[in-house]
Design a protein around this ligand. Structure first.
Ligand code: GAR
Length: 209
């Protein structure tokens, strides 16, 4: 089983969906560790519920880039847990080249928009304010930019009739909870290649008669 560490800053509903999926007998990975940058993160209680070890690495400020020292602590914890893949689940921090270099193409994130539209903070609010008719969510590999890495899977979510950004966010979140475990399973169990910024699941490239 592939060993996974999940990073979460907040509520942790995506972490819960990953933990639930990973508890299935046929899931190709196991969550070894939950790391948070906030000691008040709801994700910590979820880790306890699932019997997943957790740790908090507090950084000076609540958002943005991590200090080199915090990043080194996170990396050390991942290595100690033997983590091979890292899943960001509502982790509101930017990982630097030091961390990403240790896990090349092995850090995954979920973002609540159809990237490259609406990267960064409050993607659902940005989409609602823009008046989109369709939004969605994206699972992507993490690179040095903010929400710019190669796309693994996306799902569209209708935005018509949503009366607020919160209503749109709730619609998207329900789909995030399906997409993230599905995308992670696919990355771990199907053959794939990275061609430039394109992720190609090679089993599906044959076109039938
Ligand atoms: C989710 O909507 C996730 O896509 C988003 O934060 C929320 C976390 O909720 N992530 C980002 O915006 C990352 N840029 P959760 O803590 O309940 O999983």
């Amino acid at each position: 089983l592939t060993r996974i560490a999940v990073f979460a800053s907040g509520r942790g509903s995506n972490f819960r969906s990953l933990a639930r999926a990973a508890a299935a007998d046929d899931f190709p990975g196991r969550i070894e560790l939950l790391l948070s940058d906030r000691k008040d993160a709801g994700a910590l209680a979820i880790a306890a519920e699932f019997g997943i070890p957790s740790a908090v690495v507090e950084d000076g400020k609540p958002r943005g880039r991590l200090s080199p020292a915090s990043e080194a602590s996170l990396l050390a914890a991942c290595r100690e847990a033997g983590a091979e893949w890292i899943c960001l689940a509502g982790f509101m921090r930017i990982l630097g080249a030091g961390f990403l270099g240790a896990y090349p193409d092995r850090v995954v994130n979920i973002h609540p928009s159809l990237l490259p539209s609406f990267p960064g903070l409050d993607a659902q609010g940005q989409a609602f304010a823009h008046g989109v008719k369709v939004s969605g969510c994206t699972v992507h590999l993490v690179d040095a930019g903010v929400d710019t890495g190669p796309i693994v899977m996306q799902r569209a979510v209708g935005a018509e009739g949503a009366r607020s950004a919160d209503e749109l966010a709730a619609r998207i979140l329900a789909v995030e909870h399906e997409l993230y475990p599905a995308a992670l399973r696919r990355l771990l169990e199907e053959p794939w290649e990275r061609r430039g910024r394109r992720i190609v699941f090679t089993r599906n490239t044959e076109v039938g008669p």
